[in-house]
Write a protein that binds this ligand. Structure first.
Ligand code: GDP
Ligand code: MG
Length: 296
């Protein structure tokens, strides 16, 4: 859908702008079943929805995601339209044996790279390539307040080799603000300790402003999020939120959780960079490996 260069075209002179349309970004959540992945997706969409494909009624009972499913909507963020695709994945890490539980999702991500490469190599006359590459993988962490599980470390490492990984603390309403801050610091320390290099990456091309923006994201990660598919009444207003033992949480209130920060990160501040990093770092790494393998 996005206007892209014809494959094989060199330089802007040959650039074929077919349609001026919204940028397209594709995200996938990953993590254990029941951490609120599907709910968070619906929360992101519910807030800025314009058009919808495959709408789901809010009152449907909670479903279990058993296969990889894509939901695609055009949303308006700050007056800018963008198409957000989210690939919902079945959970894992809940079996007795979690060996290779990350395989399906890593394979899915690589398959998208592979499909793109095939189109680049063969469909030389196509004006644009349908791009299904994943730009961002939201990794859901159990809100234990203690530490990462060994499986989290392994899976984030595997994923970070193929995709931009952004960790989030699931169901952050189950932690107090103090517990949440301590947990965030602990997780950052563990990620560092295990040398897990997560998005965003600084490059030589970044200007001062981008470097600072990236630093602020690194200091905020993991985003502590709350999702909800229902509205609650807070001070007479109906807002997207949850009631729990301690009171009500307004998902969009930055004093309550970091949902809005995550949404801004995805749809505003890092939208373009997520797309570029995917093409220039992850896809490029995949592509050169494949092309070397072809030559051998
Ligand atoms: P998934 O398996 O990761 O896709 O999880 P679901 O989105 O299906 O949610 C599992 C359960 O957790 C549902 O009962 C949700 O209502 C609940 N849930 C989802 N998000 C949150 C949250 O942020 N906080 C709390 N307390 N519960 C949540
Ligand atoms: Mg699900």
């Amino acid at each position: 859908e996005a206007a892209v260069k014809a494959p094989g075209a060199r330089g802007d002179r040959d650039c074929v702008l077919t349609r001026v349309v919204a940028p397209r970004v594709t995200c996938c959540p990953a993590g254990q079943t029941g951490l609120g992945k599907s709910t968070l997706i619906n929360t992101i969409f519910a807030s800025h929805l314009i058009d919808s494909k495959g709408r789901r009624e809010a009152d449907e009972p909670v479903r279990q995601t058993t296969e990889i499913q894509t939901v695609s909507h055009v949303i308006a963020e700050n007056g800018v339209r963008l198409r957000l695709n989210i690939v919902d994945t079945p959970g894992y890490g809940d079996q007795v044996n979690n060996e290779n539980c990350w395989d399906p999702i890593v394979k899915y991500i690589k398959d998208q790279h592979s499909a793109y490469l095939r189109k680049e190599l063969t469909a030389m006359r196509d004006r644009y390539i349908q791009d299904t590459r994943i730009h961002c993988c939201l990794y859901f962490i159990n809100p234990t307040g203690h530490s990462l599980r060994p499986i989290d470390v392994i899976v984030m490492k595997k994923l970070s080799e193929v995709v931009n990984v952004v960790p989030v603390i699931a169901k952050a309403d189950s932690l107090t603000l103090d517990e949440r801050e301590a947990f965030k610091q602990k997780i950052r320390a563990e990620l560092f300790h295990h040398s897990i290099r997560l998005y965003p990456f600084d490059t030589d091309e970044n200007d001062e402003e981008e470097v600072q923006l990236n630093e602020s994201i690194r200091n905020m990660i993991p985003f502590a999020v709350v999702g909800s598919e229902r509205n609650v009444i807070i001070e007479g207003k109906s807002v997207r939120g949850r009631k729990n033992r301690w009171g009500v949480v307004n998902v969009e209130d930055e004093a309550h959780c970091e949902f809005v920060s995550l949404r801004n990160f995805l749809t505003r501040t890092h939208l373009q960079d997520l797309i570029e990093t995917t093409a220039q770092i992850h896809y490029e790494a995949f592509r050169s490996k494949q092309l070397i393998a072809l030559k051998e």
